[in-house]
Design a protein around this ligand. Sequence first.
Ligand SMILES: [Zn+2]
Length: 363
Amino acid sequence: MNALLLRLTLALLAVSVPFTRAAETRPAYTEIRKIDCHSHIFEDVAAFDALFRRINLRTINVCVPGGDGRLEEMDRVAVSLYRKDPTLYPFTTTFNLLDRDRPGYADRAIAWLDGAFRRGAVGVKIWKEVGIEIKNPAGKFILPDDPLFDPIYAHLAKVGKPLHAHLAEPIDAWRPLDPDSSHYSYYSTNPQWHLYGKPEYPSHAAIIAARDNIMKKHPTLVVLGAHLGSLEHDLEGIAERLDRYPNFHIEVAARTRNLTRHPSEKVRALFLKYPNRILYGVDAGWMPLRRTQPPTDAQRQGHANSLELRYQADWDYYAGSGETTYNGRKVQALNLPRAVLEQFYHANAERLFKLDAAWAGKN
Ligand SMILES: [Zn+2]
């Protein structure tokens, strides 16, 4: 009788201890370091600094696009924020696309990038304009694996800077507008990027294949696929690429809402299988340089408040357990283990972008 009781107690302990341990070690929201690896903050705003310090978060400021002639202006703002506070505002750069038809293009692009690296840039963004906007002199869309860019990719691989690649769009860009889609409001207000019924544009599959081909041609180049690598609809497709390309990573910026539409156990399994390959990001834009009127202090504070709500809602989804609300929908939180949260929220970004990991407590 006693032996049976002992065995039963031991069996119960074996089941309950791991759960208790997981619950005990889940970090508090402000305790864990957080890096928003996809951010566009292009103004020095005290309310943003205060928020980031309070919630233990730093952002990687992304300069993009390369085709609108504003690159130097963006670089100036990103560099000035970085110099003011290198811990809070690391930044990535991009390369000018406007002079791509002039001889010596790649050399000029590389010279610009090297200058940006000397100013502190930790990586290089490439945007969807490559694939679905810019064309060659023959009038054909330039795909991201165009030989034009090979010397640039080779250089990035050589100097160890990651390519942060927002290539293609969510699959919904190629589908009819659907009010239930997470991307409905974007495509209904940005019809130039909604490609359904426009057969002259490359397909989603063609651009993804071109992105993959960059990794085939440059296997040592570290590629960070923005927005779930534009495979937000296809968790198996993400896993396949993570298996096939050891230097491929993804970030979740502006796509956490897509993750919440998949079964939570499948999303959780992806994080548990690839804990060192997925990075946190939000993709919130604050770009007064693109406005005609400067923002007011109330608007700045409003943006800080909305950022804080976004960060908190994301945390509730990734770190929480049970049911939570995301974008007004009831979803199942992922309840990721602490070790996975630490990699997702900061360690992977620190490793890829070679950031100073000893920033805790500096904020
Ligand atoms: Zn962005």
